[in-house]
Design a protein around this ligand. Structure first.
Ligand SMILES: *Cc1c(COP(=O)(O)O)cnc(C)c1O
Length: 824
């Protein structure tokens, strides 16, 4: 839908500054995701950490002409002659007001989905099930927040016959705003569980808050077997049509009278208002069964062709929630997004690819299948796709499927190829020629993209470290929440990003605009630069032999001694470098490296002032015990010494020298000591060093069962016959050993791994490349996945048994363990 700027001004009560004629088709809240500048309306949102007004000059330069602001730039007439600014009290409220108005203009039924788990799956499945019968607009991916919902609602248009919108909350009070925007005609409550519990006083409070979504809904769909939810719904919404389903009570409107699990499918029989029906689900886990029942309940309520829906159930595809980054064959990087192929999720994935820097010369390639069930005619659809491809910087395009092929003339990208099927592509010479490219794979499952991915991915060792980039960002935001908006942040990615892999971690951090990245040695910095990282980089342990590299790659060294300082000055002069930033380290009690904050200061100041080659950019020190309350008195002393030393240094220079002392523990423990900058390490990777609490888990070390065997009670397992059994046992061998970083200290029953969620102790000594697990009584088979540590088994469990700290476990995962990255 396209609206004029006047109409929008009227709706959001914006005071218009500027006189140009502009119109709006797209809403933007994150300047990095800009796609179609001329028709975009940018909302300058103020958050705790950021202020969207900062990006107005950049966006104007890139062609954006319409802005919603809380304050118009004072030089609007001179600097932004072609722009319109709509001035409002709150850009955030204006976004929601606009979305609400738009939703009211498009008066179609909307299914509103909330709950703790399963929202996105139910939404996607409803789309898969219903879209053959009607034109559906749904939230892209899991856009379900206070900002995501308005952006989702904006996608409703004249063709839409049914909206399917997800609503997610994390705090009390949030649902009302979502309800007013979405105004769901039909409400669906998926399961209520413990997620985000921390902000609610009880499960009941959380459940009540979620139910507010249904304030204006005519019908509510929920599982009556969840007693809390069922009671609250009956109390609050007695006057609505309650489509409760149950596996226990035949009195419920939708009674599930049989759930029969087979090897790879589930047969579900139901009775709805006296009529019986059944369907087959190609999945067997409980969550999928539940989600499918929510979907059938919606279909039954909406009175769409239920026989078709039941038939359609057999073809349901699991919803891949993650966008994965994997190392591919022949120097390629693969971004695999098997999330449903639709134009909005395509745009999100292209944006992701486009925003990840890369070394020069690697082509950005998109392999895309026909996009099904959009309600648009092919010409319009692929015209849009072609526009997206060019705005998102795709240089090579491979289209797969008869529909896309028929529209090949619409694609203007320089290199383009079209095939009827994945098989045809695999046989074609173009397939073998995929080399040194960043490839986004985005295809409907029915086109067999699985086999394509399998061929393109570098074969991985069965043991992998999965790195959750969304969790990393959530930890980043957690620590940022302790900081003032102006406090800068250094993210430590030394030791290959605490084991997570520095390059991909750096790409994500740069995208989230951290001020500095810090590595241990120059070579780590060079690797980042070679991978397109342009952010400021600090090198904590510069070696005397690496100075030229520092200058060439703009890597800013730490300086901790006169010997190092003099050598750096000499090298800078020798290479004709002037004003190169350095970071001065003071030793306030750690007694590792650094200048003395009192005794060395006069000498340090005079040497720094006596030269032009280097310039102190920051001055810092390091706490020896910010993680421990017992050392508070010592931390106080350190801080006092640092304040003294750093003030003297600052007083000697007229430019601002950034001061910093807090590491992760310091940020949490002494936020009042954040000064100009903080240095975040372990916390970013998901463990709070204060109490070893796991924040959002980032790294999961996984392997698979190679072989299983039954071993009699009298036998032993492993070297030195240390694995004494004492009972007839089932032993599973897994391909991970101490050479991968799995410490021998965990062996002989001292710790365990998780096999299908169950604790399986290590039996006997851990070998170099293999370990043995006791899986007696655990339902598992060869090829099953095993978690060494991660989402369900905190890394701190292992470090406790090993009598060490989580840092050592994480950084000890050897290089031969492949890192696989994903984002939710
Ligand atoms: C590693 C390091 C940090 C980060 O420490 P964490 O405990 O991981 O937060 C901060 N500053 C310096 C100088 C470091 O070497």
């Amino acid at each position: 839908m396209i609206y004029t700027i006047d109409k929008i001004a009227e709706v959001i009560h914006g005071q218009r500054v500027g006189t140009a004629f502009t119109h709006v088709a797209f809403l933007l809240t994150d300047s990095r995701s800009l796609g179609f500048p001329e028709e975009t309306l940018f909302f300058a949102l103020k958050t705790e950490r950021n202020d969207g007004h900062r990006y107005i000059p950049e966006l104007y330069q890139r062609g954006v002409r319409s802005f919603v602001v809380e304050e118009a730039p004072s030089d609007w007439a001179e600097s932004y002659p072609e722009a319109n600014f709509l001035v409002v009290d709150s850009s955030f409220k204006a976004l929601q007001t606009l979305a609400r108005w738009h939703r009211e203009c498009i008066s179609v039924p909307v299914v509103g989905i909330t709950g703790s788990n399963g929202k996105t799956v139910v939404k996607e499945w409803l789309f898969q099930l219903l879209s053959p019968q009607m034109n559906i607009t749904r939230s892209p991916r899991s856009y379900n927040s206070q900002v995501g919902v308005p952006l989702s609602l904006w996608l409703l248009n004249e063709q839409t016959q049914l909206g399917v919108i997800e609503a997610g909350i994390s705090q009390p009070g949030e649902m009302e705003a979502l309800q007013q925007m979405i105004q769901p005609t039909v409400g669906v409550l998926t399961s209520i569980g413990g997620a985000h519990q921390e902000n609610f006083s009880s499960l009941e409070e959380k459940c009540r808050e979620k139910l507010r979504l249904f304030a204006s809904s005519r019908a509510i769909i929920y599982c009556a077997d969840d007693e809390l939810a069922a009671r609250l719904i009956r109390e609050t919404y007695a006057d609505r049509q309650l489509v409760a389903w149950s596996m226990k009570s035949a009195a419920c409107p939708l009674y599930i009278n049989k759930v029969e699990k087979r090897a790879s499918e589930t047969i579900i029989e139901f009775v709805y208002q006296g009529a019986a029906g059944s369907y087959t689900l190609p999945l067997i886990d409980d969550a999928s069964v539940q989600n499918s029942i929510h979907c059938i309940a919606v279909a039954l309520y909406l009175q769409v062709g239920v026989d078709e829906i039941c038939a359609q159930m057999a073809r349901l595809e699991p919803v891949a929630m993650r966008l994965e980054v994997k190392e591919g064959q022949h120097g390629c990087t693969l971004i695999n997004d098997s999330y449903n192929s639709d134009i909005h999720s395509l745009d999100i994935a292209l944006d992701f690819m486009n925003r990840r820097p890369d070394h020069d010369g690697r082509k950005r390639t998109l392999i895309l299948s026909d996009i099904q069930q959009t309600g648009m005619d092919d010409a319009t659809l692929y015209c849009k796709v072609s526009d997206l491809i060019s705005t998102r910087g795709v240089q090579k395009f491979i289209g797969i499927g008869p529909h896309i092929k028929a529209q090949s003339a619409l694609f203007g990208v320089a290199e383009r190829f079209f095939f009827d099927s994945c098989e045809e592509l695999i046989r074609a010479p173009e397939f073998a020629q995929l080399r040194n490219e960043v490839i986004l794979l985005k295809g409907a499952r029915s086109f067999g993209f699985d086999q394509l991915t399998e061929l393109l991915v570098k074969k991985v060792h069965e043991t992998i470290l999965e790195v959750n980039l969304s969790a990393l960002v959530s930890n980043l935001n957690y620590y940022r929440s302790f900081l003032h908006p102006t406090t800068k942040l250094v993210c430590m990615i030394k030791a290959d990003g605490y084991g997570a892999g520095a390059v991909e971690v750096a790409k994500t951090l740069q995208d989230h605009r951290v001020d500095y990245l810090a590595v241990a040695v120059a070579d780590e910095g060079v690797a980042l630069r070679n991978n397109g990282i342009t952010a400021n980089i600090m090198v904590m342990n510069p070696e005397m032999s690496s100075f030229k590299t520092l200058f060439d790659y703009r890597l800013e060294p730490e300086v901790y001694s006169f010997r190092l300082l003099d050598a750096l000055v000499r090298a800078a002069r020798h290479h004709g470098v002037a004003g190169f930033p350095v970071h001065v380290k003071l030793d306030t009690g750690m007694h590792r490296l650094g200048f003395h904050p009192v005794a060395d200061m006069d000498e340090l100041i005079s040497r720094l002032q006596g030269q032009r080659a280097l310039i102190p950019r920051s001055v810092f020190s390091h706490f020896a015990g910010a993680d421990s309350d017992e050392l508070d008195a010592f931390s106080d002393e350190q801080f006092a010494l640092f304040a003294q030393g750093s003030e003297r240094l600052q007083a000697a220079f007229s430019h601002k020298i950034l001061r910093h002392i807090c590491n992760s523990a310091g940020i949490e423990h002494f936020p009042e000591r954040q000064m100009d900058m903080c240095r975040l390490g372990l916390g970013l990777y998901g463990v709070s060093p204060r109490d070893n609490r796991v924040l959002a888990n980032v790294c999961t070390l996984k392997t698979t069962i190679l072989q299983m065997r039954e071993v009699p009670a009298t036998e032993t397992v492993g070297y030195g016959r240390r694995g004494v059994l004492g009972r007839d046992s089932v032993i599973a061998a897994v391909p991970i050993g101490y050479a991968d970083g799995l410490s021998r200290k965990l062996g002989n029953g001292r710790s365990f791994a998780l096999v299908n969620g169950k604790e399986a102790p290590y039996v006997g000594n851990i070998c170099m490349d293999v370990a043995m697990l006791d899986v007696t009584g655990i339902d598992c088979e060869e090829g099953d996945s095993v978690e060494i540590f991660g989402d369900h088994l905190p890394v701190t469990r292992l470090s406790d048994v090993m009598d060490t700290i989580p840092y050592e476990v994480l950084t000890g995962i050897s290089n031969r363990v492949k890192r696989v990255y994903f984002q939710d």
